[in-house]
Design a protein around this ligand. Structure first.
Ligand SMILES: Nc1ncnc2c1ncn2[C@@H]1O[C@H](COP(=O)(O)OP(=O)(O)O)[C@@H](O)[C@H]1O
Ligand SMILES: [Mg+2]
Length: 323
């Protein structure tokens, strides 16, 4: 893991985007830039852009590398369960992937009754809902308690500025969002990948609490795409302290980007208006949190190639890979 000094010294190295002339840019998400290699293959560049509350707040050095390398780890550790889009990782921040026809549904899997947003189980439950996402819940459940078995709580894939809408299997099938045979495959794959994720996280001393998957069709087959079990798409807690803290009615120790949400709240931000500007302190802490998550889960030391600026290194590595 890099020291605070190493991170802050390289603040101007943070990757806000990359201009790859010679490759056709086809899109830009909040965090990733896409280029088309040919009709079947894309380059995905994971930048250091930090999003929260559905907007980009700034840059966190080395975060893009963590997300890219962690997704690679998870694609490799789940490839026996479901096909995925990964072809190659020519650079720490870049993946070559197969183009997928995306399903218009975000597949969220939850192992615990928790969350802070409008579509989270705990917030809906606390408001008195007992039927959520097509499932029934009993009275008397406590915040942060494990569900008897992980469940799928799908939502729509919100347009920019829009809000996710809770779905159920019934709505997905009735509205024809996903064909029934594909939805069945997606449900099975999502639960299997989540179980694998919980198992590997557990061995690393973490609890995989919930996560978001995206699926698409590649060559007519359901495939896992986008990112997998990163601290951006998932909630992680420290396993060691979970039970004692739960028993005492305390919040679990978070090990993901909850750090940022809590910090923003401390600054008085409630989700509306201008978000607070990120300080050096939160930038370094957040970068280290992402790196620590990578190191814990993979058992590898997080290492950075300091010989070239990321943008130059990416161009160099793409050329070297013959892309
Ligand atoms: N293999 C793929 N083929 C086509 N689209 C993909 C593939 N993998 C991911 N995507 C899409 O690329 C985008 C990921 O970029 P990101 O910056 O995370 O976007 P967002 O702001 O929507 O989260 C998502 O819209 C996702 O649905
Ligand atoms: Mg995304």
């Amino acid at each position: 893991m890099l020291t605070t000094e190493q991170i802050l010294e390289r603040r101007d190295w943070a990757l806000g985007g990359v201009n790859l002339s010679g490759y056709g840019e086809i899109g830009r998400g909040k965090v990733r830039d896409f280029y088309e290699l040919d009709p079947q293959r894309r380059l995905v560049v994971t930048t250091d852009r930090q999003s929260a509350f559905d907007r980009v707040l700034g840059l966190i050095p080395f975060k893009g590398q963590v997300l890219n390398q962690l997704s690679r780890f998870w694609f490799e550790h789940t490839a026996d369960l479901v096909p995925n889009h990964l072809l190659d990782v020519p650079d720490p921040n870049v993946m070559v992937v197969k183009r997928a026809e995306m399903f218009p549904v975000e597949v969220i899997v939850r192992g615990f009754l928790t969350g802070v947003t409008d579509t989270s189980l705990w917030v809906m439950y606390q408001e008195g809902n007992r039927a959520m996402y097509g499932l029934e819940f009993p009275d008397g459940l406590k915040k942060n308690q494990p569900l008897p078995t992980p469940i799928i709580t799908p939502t729509t894939h919100a347009e920019v500025g829009g809000h996710d809408r809770p779905l159920s299997r019934e709505t997905i099938l009735n509205e024809g969002l996903v064909a029934p045979e594909h939805w069945q495959t997606i449900e099975r794959a999502a639960l299997a990948v989540f179980a694998r994720g919980q198992e590997i996280a557990r061995q690393a001393g973490l609890v995989l609490v919930d996560t978001k998957y995206e699926f698409g069709l590649i060559d007519g087959q359901v495939a896992l795409v986008d990112e997998v079990h990163t601290p951006d798409s998932s909630r992680y807690w420290l396993a060691d302290t979970y039970q004692a803290r739960f028993d005492q009615g305390q919040e679990p120790d978070n090990f993901d980007k909850e750090l940022l949400r809590l910090w923003m709240r401390e600054q008085g931000f409630r989700g509306d208006g201008e978000p607070p500007a990120l300080t050096d302190d939160i930038i370094a802490r957040l970068s280290q949190r992402y790196q620590a998550c990578y190191e814990k889960l993979t058992g590898q030391t997080f290492e950075v190639d300091f010989s070239l600026k990321p943008e130059d290194r990416i161009r160099h590595n793409l050329k070297k890979a013959g892309l």
